[in-house]
Write a protein that binds this ligand. Structure first.
Ligand SMILES: O=c1ccn([C@@H]2O[C@H](COP(=O)(O)OP(=O)(O)O[C@H]3O[C@H](CO)[C@@H](O)[C@H](O)[C@H]3O)[C@@H](O)[C@H]2O)c(=O)[nH]1
Ligand SMILES: [Mn+2]
Length: 807
């Protein structure tokens, strides 16, 4: 605190003397073109409003058209919901802000005082999360461009697998080659697998020496990879290897992955860096393996439990004030991310209130057109138009910095004017910063997020108590001086099953328990304790993971997410209620967008089924195509989808990719969200227990080939597929029926009455194209299983006959 005041005073003095302008470590900029966006969204709102007017004024009479009246009412309700939901989404679009950092200022001011960072990597199953992938992630975060003595990497292995431990041991040895190599050649990305698979042939030539160095490291990596792969395939470790490290002895008492004592091994002790004689480039970060205690009768709370064990154990070993959390497949793709994050935490003006810095996640296995619509391109990347601006601005600021640091030297007159202009502009940005930071910040999405330890542990934001730099410095000195072996023994208690009994862990402390989306709820409660958060999306992607490669995996993942969010909505943490008075209204609205994913399923199901069924009975639910009321419908559709297509393409996507994304939204809404809704309700009523289906990070090679060719995979008899194919069948039947009526009836009447409905049905048929292929045309193993075909045909016929009878 004192130091801070001293600095502030110093700066003030300098400012008074006209020497220095306060230079922040990061800046915030509002998106451009927002006025245009607001006009656009206003026009869509007018369209939506006209649709309501139409629905209300054209309600069919109860006496003569009973069936049509009910269909109409249902459709109006669905449209009301969509309008409400659209309205909510506008909160997330209204005023986006973008951040940029000034890392050179950070090193100028704080290079010697950078705080410690503890990185947590979580893994849960060596078969679907192969050890070689896990250690690549570990190596990538060990190789951050950050002082190694300040970095500690913890691997939590919920499977308690000897194979993963073995892989980590190999990685700890390989790190001695890999880290100096990365730092010397400044390679990116620093996951060896990603790096070596990306290096192009021509890259190697001009480097001369570097190329030899690279091939030698590559060879060492490949040897290690092969050893790990062989061990994984055989699922055993030879006794020779086992004798090499005392850690393997811990497995003598392990009976299964669900029943064992805590295992803790410090594989590299970073404190040894201080030993005299260790050269700078030989320093390695601390590396720890942890498998918390598991007992059949104790609930382990999935990833949240693992994170909390890591928080406690790391507090005794390295106690870094900043914690980075990544999933085991999410490697660091940008070695500067830690420094970027520090620019936020250490900013003298704003840093104190920031609890976490969230990076977006990118994927390294997406196909060209992103078959499963995984990457949420637009959500992550609305910043693009700003890239050029940011680069230019960084350059300017660099000039300003170097100028102010040489401020004694006289500046030529002309350029003096120029400088003043720029300096002035820089001040303007500071004002922006205050105005734009009002939103409160993004949610925590589980991976690629830097946390302030104290806020993650449950502390309330309090300007006076947030020590920041001063306190961090004290904590560093307090670190344990015990030997690694003693520490290992002492820390095991912290990772035991019973440690959390009768404590606040999982409630007020650490990551929250009881939700399938522990990340979102944890982030929300941190914000409700008064903290701010930051979303940072630098040009070079910071974290890269593995996207699910089959449709079912993608849908199941979405189900877990929407289930988690919806459960938050139903809990006492409901953003509308819990957040009142704690976080700003627009932030609550943004949370609500996600919390209400699941209930979206009903209006969507209604929209894709009912109008098509009514088509079978020649009953119209939309305006005639010659009527003027058709205008709001077409305008809203064209404006909404036109804008989304434009956004998608400007964010670097392909039109086909956009189409795939629209398809996956329909699939998600009709399956994942629907199952999530039902399951959440069942759980609230006590019928089912919470589970966490870990997403597979590898696929069988045939399946993977089909994924690469962008062929959808339907090859398992899941109820989700039954729903998808039933909907597809109903629409196909209705569409054929509609076409037949149109052709047979030479007069214009059918088209006029049912035109829009036939178009809607046609679009649904087009969306479902891959489903028809899976149902009727494909011969490979990824086609729809017979049982699914059988059930969906029966269901579709049943639905159609009921409809014909009722309508
Ligand atoms: O009992 C468990 C289950 C999972 N995990 C780990 O949690 C991570 C996330 O699991 P994954 O199956 O990859 O889920 P995703 O849907 O890809 O993950 C997102 O969503 C999760 C919440 O639903 C968050 O926990 C993740 O951080 C976030 O990236 C993985 O590293 C797992 O190894 C554990 O450590 N223990
Ligand atoms: Mn994942």
């Amino acid at each position: 605190m004192r130091l801070l005041k001293h600095r502030e005073r110093e700066r003030e003095r300098e400012r008074d003397m006209g020497q220095e302008v306060y230079l922040p470590l990061f800046e915030t900029k509002a998106a451009e073109g927002r006025v245009a966006y607001k006009l656009y969204s206003l026009s869509v709102f007018v369209g939506i409003f006209s649709i309501w007017v139409f629905r209300a004024s054209h309600l069919p009479p109860a006496e003569t058209e009973r069936g049509r009246r009910w269909g109409w009412i249902g459709l109006s309700m669905a449209e009301l919901w969509f309008s409400f939901y659209w309205f909510l989404t506008q909160f997330a679009r209204w005023n986006p802000v973008y951040r940029s950092t000034f890392k050179h200022r950070l090193s100028q001011r704080y290079e010697k005082e950078l705080p410690g960072v503890d990185v947590f990597v979580c893994t849960a199953d060596p078969t679907i999360e192969p050890p070689i992938m896990v250690v690549n992630t570990v190596l990538s975060v060990m190789a951050y461009d950050y002082p190694p003595e300040k970095l500690a990497v913890y691997l939590s292995d919920d499977a308690g697998s000897e194979l993963t431990f073995y892989a980590l041991l190999e990685a700890s040895r390989f790190a001695k080659h890999w880290l100096p190599f990365c730092k010397k050649l400044k390679v990116e990305p620093r996951s060896p697998a990603a790096y070596f698979s990306n290096v192009r042939r021509d890259d190697q030539e001009p480097l001369g020496d570097g190329s030899e160095y690279r091939s030698s490291v590559k060879k060492i990596y490949e040897e290690m990879r092969d050893r790990i792969d062989i061990a994984t395939r055989l699922a055993q470790i030879s006794s020779d290897v086992q004798n090499e490290h005392k850690g393997f002895r811990e497995w003598d008492s392990v009976s299964s992955s669900h029943n064992h004592a805590a295992i803790l091994q410090i594989l590299i002790d970073g404190r040894e860096n201080k030993v005299v004689g260790i050269e700078n480039h030989d320093k390695l970060p601390t590396l720890v393996y942890l498998s918390r205690e598991k007992r059949p009768h104790c609930h382990h709370n999935f990833k949240a439990g693992a994170m909390n064990a890591l928080i406690r154990v790391s507090s005794k070993i390295s106690n870094g004030p900043i914690i980075l959390n990544v999933d085991c497949d999410v490697y660091s793709n940008n070695s500067e991310s830690v420094r970027d994050a520090m620019c936020f935490f250490m900013d003298e003006n704003k840093g104190y209130e920031i609890a976490y810095v969230q990076y977006p996640q990118s994927y390294n296995n997406l196909t060209r057109n992103d078959l499963h619509g995984i990457c949420l391109r637009v959500l992550n990347e609305v910043r693009h138009s700003l890239c050029a601006w940011t680069g230019y601005n960084n350059f300017l600021n660099f000039l300003i910095d170097s100028h102010t640091f040489r401020s004694k030297s006289p500046v030529p007159k002309m350029s003096s004017y120029f400088w003043r202009l720029k300096l002035h502009r820089n001040r303007g940005i500071k004002v922006d910063l205050a105005a734009m930071d009002a939103n409160g910040g993004p949610c925590y999405i589980g991976s690629g997020c830097f946390h302030r330890r104290e806020s993650l542990c449950g502390m309330k934001y309090d300007r006076k108590e947030c020590g920041g730099l001063d306190q961090w410095r004290k904590e560093m000195d307090k670190n344990e001086k015990q030997s690694a072996i003693v520490l290992e023994d002492r820390c095991k208690v912290l990772a035991s099953c019973t440690y959390e009994d009768n404590t606040q862990w999982g409630r007020e402390m650490g990551v929250k328990y009881g939700f399938p989306a522990e990340d979102i709820i944890t982030g929300l409660s941190i914000q409700c304790r008064g903290w701010k958060s930051i979303y940072f999306n630098p040009e070079r992607k910071s974290f890269t993971g593995v996207a699910p490669t089959t449709l079912l995996q993608a849908l199941v993942q979405q189900k877990r997410w929407s289930e988690g969010q919806f459960q938050i909505f139903l809990s006492k943490y409901c953003p509308f209620i819990y957040g009142r008075g704690r976080i700003p209204l627009n932030l609550r609205m943004c949370y609500a967008i996600y919390a209400l994913w699941a209930p979206n399923c009903f209006p969507t199901l209604y929209y894709v089924i009912v109008p098509s069924l009514f088509l079978l009975g020649d009953v119209s639910l939309f305006p005639e195509i010659t009527s003027l009321w058709i205008l709001p419908f077409t305008y809203v559709l064209i404006a909404k989808y036109g804008c989304s297509l434009a956004e998608f393409v400007t964010c670097g996507g392909t039109p086909q990719g956009w189409w795939n994304e629209q398809r996956i939204w329909v699939f998600r809404r009709t399956t994942s969200f629907c199952f999530a809704f039902l399951e959440t309700i069942a759980r609230q009523l006590g019928f089912t227990k919470l589970e966490f289906v870990v997403t597979a990070k590898v696929a069988d090679s045939e399946v993977y080939q089909r994924y690469l060719q962008e062929t959808m995979e339907f090859g398992s008899p899941s109820p989700m597929f039954t729903v998808l194919s039933t909907i597809a069948m109903i629409n196909l039947l209705s569409f054929i029926w509609g076409l037949k009526r149109m052709i047979m009836d030479a007069n214009f009447g059918v088209l006029e009455q049912l035109g829009l409905q036939i178009v809607l049905c046609g679009v649904i048929v087009l969306i479902n194209w891959p489903v028809y292929q899976g149902l009727f045309f494909r011969r490979d193993k990824g086609k729809m299983p017979f049982s699914v075909i059988y059930k969906s045909v029966m269901l579709a016929f049943l639905a159609c006959s009921i409809a014909l009878y009722l309508v």
